[in-house]
Design a protein around this ligand. Sequence first.
Ligand code: EPU
Length: 421
Amino acid sequence: MDKLVVTGGTPLNGEVVISGAKNAAVAILPATLLIDGVCTIENLPNISDVKVSCKILEAIGAKITWNSENCITIDTRNVCCTEAPLDLTRKFRASYYLIGALLGRCRSVTVGMPGGCKLGARPIDQHIKGFEALGATVTVGQGNITAKAECLNATSIYMDVVSVGATINVMLAAVLANGTTIIDNAAKEPHVVDVANFLNTMGADIRGAGTDVIKVNGVERLVGNATYCVVPDQIEAGTFMLAAVASKGDIIIKNCITKHLECITAKVLEIGANAEDLGGDRIHVWCDKRPSKANIKTLPYPGFPTDLQPQMGVVLSMADGTSIINESIWESRFQYTDELNKMGAKITAQGKTAFFEGVDHLSGAPVYSSDLRAGAALIIAGICADGVTEIYNLEHIDRGYEHIEEKFRRLGANIVRVTED
Ligand code: EPU
């Protein structure tokens, strides 16, 4: 079992380069199943969710060549298997994208019920509603989900909730359908736009991604024969911005799209820290005083992202005054607050609301990461705390952050990975 050992007290300083977006990559990889040809994907983050996605694609007949740690060429011409390995697909959330992609390609698919971080109920009713509207029959049972269709016919679908996964999944199923599918109340996250851009580069005809109405004009085939570069990770960039603020450090974040970071920049400025867009995909974030309190409500893009809520929670746990966070996306995303309280924070979480009474310092302690973003938050807390913090359950962190301890080490953090028997 690995753990991270963080000796705190050093403000972060220097430059960090952001990797490709996890939540775009885990959708683009299954999207390659819609291509009747070969494509190359650059800027893939080297994380375990990407490796599992590649294993699943290989298991169903795709041929993958690793050109470098972050670039693959994938040939999906021989894919004909419609049952994705059930054990692997149950391991992570984004396996639900295999449903839209294989339904589009083969009109039939079975996958294990998607797993992933335990953030409370994670229904997929909106995905199923979309597939059924396109003409599929969907059955759920024995831990699996199966979808079949004679043919897929375009239609209009109004999403009852704004869902990243359902928006992308219905887009995937509609790319090769007959006619124009309209997805209304669609999610607008940068990774939704990135998947649409990838599919269009390969020959699809998707309009409006990034707004709340997406039109997918069905095409006969996606020929591929193109190279696509995954968008920089908005959440990784935000994680380092908040790490700079929490540690009272000074960081230049490179290879990020500053437009995607506006809601985070606004909060950084509101609490009295500094952020400056340097142009050329770089943002400079620094903090030279104790941040002030703030209230946050997580919302779909362009609101404050739930995936940065725990990292912001660390900042507010040491802010001047009492802050309130309202988590409106996931019902169990305050598990990390128990761990921060072990480090001396004063946080009271009640349902979807948490009250952060700012303390002037945190102290190192053994802590357990309950999910991916909780893990990132605990690293930031460890960097700020007096003494030594040991962070366990690293499998969550490794799912979504590329070379995380190396990146923090280069910024001056004292952080090592230790393997225990
Ligand atoms: N929802 C439904 N029905 C559905 C789908 C969603 O009620 O059919 C609800 C959910 O319960 C939730 C809300 O809608 O309350 C939003 O869920 P969404 O579908 O947008 O989430 P997701 O697609 O399962 C993705 C990211 C999450 C991120 C959320 C919100 C991936 C693989 N996962 O999940 O990322 O928190 O969007 O932005 O893209 C993470 O990276 O740490 C992570 C958890």
